[in-house]
Ligand binder design. Structure first.
Ligand code: ADP
Ligand code: MG
Length: 238
């Protein structure tokens, strides 16, 4: 579970093609980082995989199944939104249980899954609090908990740490890496931050203007960048 294949996918908005034909293979259990400057198409690519945008052409398959016609909720993928996407009037327990309640699970099943996710995320003592009573990092963990309970084939993160301060960002980076080791689930992580890409990824996809400049491990990109753009981007901190 969690193998994603993009074949010759394109995306245009009106007359503007923001993703020219693009191929990419993501293996089960990989931590893949999409990195590139603002406006290069990272979010668009993630939204195409999630099904939140339709491709203009090409094929997306998830675990061997053509996903192009499958609506977002049925793709088995969980988007992790930034912490402000929590419901402020609901407890942490209810926020995490939200997708399970929508899916019609009974209360006992909801509680079991919520408590198991809370234990992985060190949120057990905070289940009855509201998001406003939590720190930024705890709120971010609640948002991740809401994805975990769905037991997705892959997690999709779009710059999840961009609202957090620098110290917390370092912490959450480690926590997300640990979560990946615990769950062994495919994760696709979008960032414009080279340090996040270099420290978190099994595989980095460097994008510029919708084009994949290079795909490789952090070491491969660092030691054998294919061109100046990759070298400059990976080599120079922002
Ligand atoms: P990134 O996430 O890398 O910053 P995006 O994927 O958000 O980049 O955007 C890629 C390009 O597509 C940008 O030029 C952006 O303006 C354009 N774009 C994104 N979404 C839309 C949309 N809904 N309508 C028109 N243009 C869009
Ligand atoms: Mg973006």
């Amino acid at each position: 579970m969690g193998q994603i294949t993009l074949k010759q996918i394109t995306k245009s908005f009106g007359d503007v093609q923001v993703i020219p034909p693009l191929d990419l293979q993501i293996e089960d259990g990989e931590f893949v980082v999409f990195v590139g400057p603002s406006g290069c198409g990272k979010s668009t690519l993630l939204r195409l995989i999630a099904g939140l945008e339709d491709t203009s052409s090409g094929e997306i398959s998830i675990d061997g199944r053509d996903a192009t016609e499958v609506p977002p909720a049925k793709r088995g993928l969980a988007m992790v939104f930034q912490s402000y996407a929590l419901y402020p009037h609901m407890s942490v327990r209810k926020n995490i249980a939200f997708p399970l309640r929508m899916a019609g699970l009974d209360k006992a099943e909801q509680d079991k899954k919520v408590e198991s996710a809370a234990s992985v995320l060190n949120l057990t003592d905070y289940l009855e609090r509201r998001p406003g009573q939590l720190s930024g990092g705890q709120r971010q963990r609640v948002a991740i908990g809401r994805a975990i309970v769905r037991e997705p084939a892959a997690f999709l993160f779009d710059e999840p740490l961009s609202n957090l301060d620098a110290a917390l960002r370092v912490n959450m980076r480690l926590e997300i890496s640990e979560l990946h080791q615990t769950l062994e689930t495919t994760m696709i992580y979008v960032t414009h931050d080279q340090v996040e890409a270099m420290t978190m990824a099994d595989k980095i996809v460097v994008l510029q203007a919708g084009i994949i400049e290079q795909v490789g491990s952090p070491l491969e990109l660092y030691h054998t960048p294919r061109n100046r753009f990759v070298a400059g981007f990976i080599g120079s901190p922002k």
